[in-house]
Unconditional design. Sequence first.
Length: 392
Amino acid sequence: MFNFDYFTPTKVAFGRNTVSRTAGLIREFGGKKVLVHYGSGSVIRSGLLKKVTDLLDEAGIPYVTLGGAVPNPHLSLVYEGIALCKKENVDFLLAVGGGSAIDSAKAIGYGVANEGDVWDFYDYKRKASGCLPLGVILTIAATGSEMSDSSVITKEEGLVKRGYSSDHGRPKFAIMDPELTMTLPDYQTACGCTDIMMHTMERYFTNGGNMEITDAIAEGLLRTVMANAEKLKKDPKDFNARAEVMWAGSLSHNGLTGCGNDGGDWMTHKLEHELGGLYDVAHGAGLAAIWGSWARYVYKNCLPRFRKFALNVMQVEPASSDEDTALRGIEALEDFFRRVGMPTSLRELGVNASEDDLSLMAHKCAVGVNGAMGSARLLREEDMLAIFKASV
């Protein structure tokens, strides 16, 4: 195992009617004037946004609002939010929505708390020294951003999608009511379950340092998400299944499932960032479309982990060789993706990528990881291109 730091400062209010605690939690963490940041309409149509602003009004907490966060959230809206916060002397951020609103709020918080261009952090030119405090009311179980140190932003110029991680950006609190996720379309629910699984799998498929307890947590989380994703396919109103998936989403990306390893692989995410940046696809669906091609490209270099995954997570029958057992596990996960409506290729994702586009994505990915990255197998630009080609 490797030494590790485990830091999870986010206070979680989980369960029915926890939105009623919004004003008290903002006050608990020192908020005096709030930016309420949300997406493109669902929180308005559901009445959630009005409920939140009514709670702030009743508590006498002043606020301003900024909507418009979209999947693969845009840098231009981040700039707008930074300017609004500075103009209105906002000292606390409240993200109402899923990962897009949360990630956008984190970027706004970095921009307010630090001088210079906030994109510098996502472009790996410098590190943030602080972030405006923020809280979260979660409406989609997916990214785990409600407890994580990470956020992902897309710069429209050049269609560059980059992530930045800093403990300064961890939310002060997260309000998590599974009922808020019940109106999600099946496709979004499946995308969310896929993203949750990938956050754990990126940490699982490594060639450096593993702990039995961490593996057991990771494997149990993956089995739980798969079982409840299939339940939600049959009954989207299953509260307990929603609760299991929502809590798994937080645990998958707050660091717990990676304690003791080398930090994880993360190349499936890096590859998907280029796919999402160029084609604006749903993140979870993009991950599902690329994962099988990545797995078949790297599994021989990480064979013990793929064999363990096949047996302990996918629960396949062992084959006559470790390689065949590993391949059975990969195929079983792709079968699961298909059962819940996720793509397993770019074609199924609806992406008709040209040779030039594949080369462009591979090149941008290599630039984004400073030449090479990966724990299951170290990947360079030619490897990235081969995986993109295999995913078509």
